[in-house]
Design a protein around this ligand. Structure first.
Ligand SMILES: [Zn+2]
Length: 102
């Protein structure tokens, strides 16, 4: 059982806690799969996603709470952030292709 579904943590909604890089990295991975630019097996997709995220600094956000100051959309739409996510995924992809677990 997940720790967040046991007391006392189960009364809090941790789904509101998001690593913003995860959204960008998954979007880049999604594009690679759709363009047939990487192996689309479970092992490769999860390995590339994990490696790409590990290379990036964590960027956690509490959804709905801080949206007044800057929105998650502004982070996601920032072209520099997108470029950083793409570079991280491509670096991870090279590593996984050299040493695939499938
Ligand atoms: Zn594969």
């Amino acid at each position: 059982m997940e720790l967040v579904s046991t007391p006392p943590l189960n009364k809090y909604d941790f789904t509101r806690l998001r690593n913003m890089w995860e959204t960008l990295v998954l979007d880049v991975v999604s594009g690679l799969i759709q363009r047939w630019e990487m192996c689309d097996c479970q092992d490769c997709i999860l390995d590339v996603t994990a490696l790409a995220l590990n290379q990036l600094p964590a960027k956690y956000w509490v959804l709905d709470k801080y949206d007044v100051l800057t929105t998650p959309e502004s982070f996601l739409k920032d072209s520099n952030n997108r470029r950083i996510a793409e570079e991280s995924v491509l670096k991870a992809l090279r590593l996984v292709e050299q040493n695939p677990h499938h």
